[in-house]
Unconditional design. Structure first.
Length: 110
């Protein structure tokens, strides 16, 4: 009984999908439409990335760096050996994201 209900539901979904979804044909040059849309949105994307994405990444990496540095210090106090790997990797990532806005747009071409 459950199998018949499932088949009926799937058939109904397929019929509704077939009736509601029509095939769209592109009229004209699609590439130029995409290019013009990209040119219009590129400045907005650049602004959002510079003012929201990179600062958020910087904040997350700074918090992670100082947390890892503190944990490494406490491990040093406990075991007598300072582990540099984690803090160095986080610091390198932090420097990368802090300097990325100055050269990333040249690479992308915006």
């Amino acid at each position: 009984m459950k199998r018949k209900k499932l088949i009926c539901i799937l058939a109904a979904v397929m019929i509704v999908t077939a009736l509601c979804c029509t095939t769209a044909f592109a009229a004209g040059d699609v590439a130029s439409a995409v290019e013009s849309t990209w040119k219009g949105a590129a400045t907005q994307i650049k602004t959002v990335v510079e003012k929201v994405v990179f600062p958020a990444l910087d904040m997350i990496l700074a918090i992670a760096f100082f947390t890892k540095l503190g944990m490494a210090y406490f491990d040093y106090r406990k075991h007598g050996q300072f582990e540099w790997t984690g803090p160095v990797i986080l610091f390198a990532c932090l420097v990368f994201t802090l300097t990325a806005p100055s050269y990333i747009w040249g690479i992308i071409g915006i």
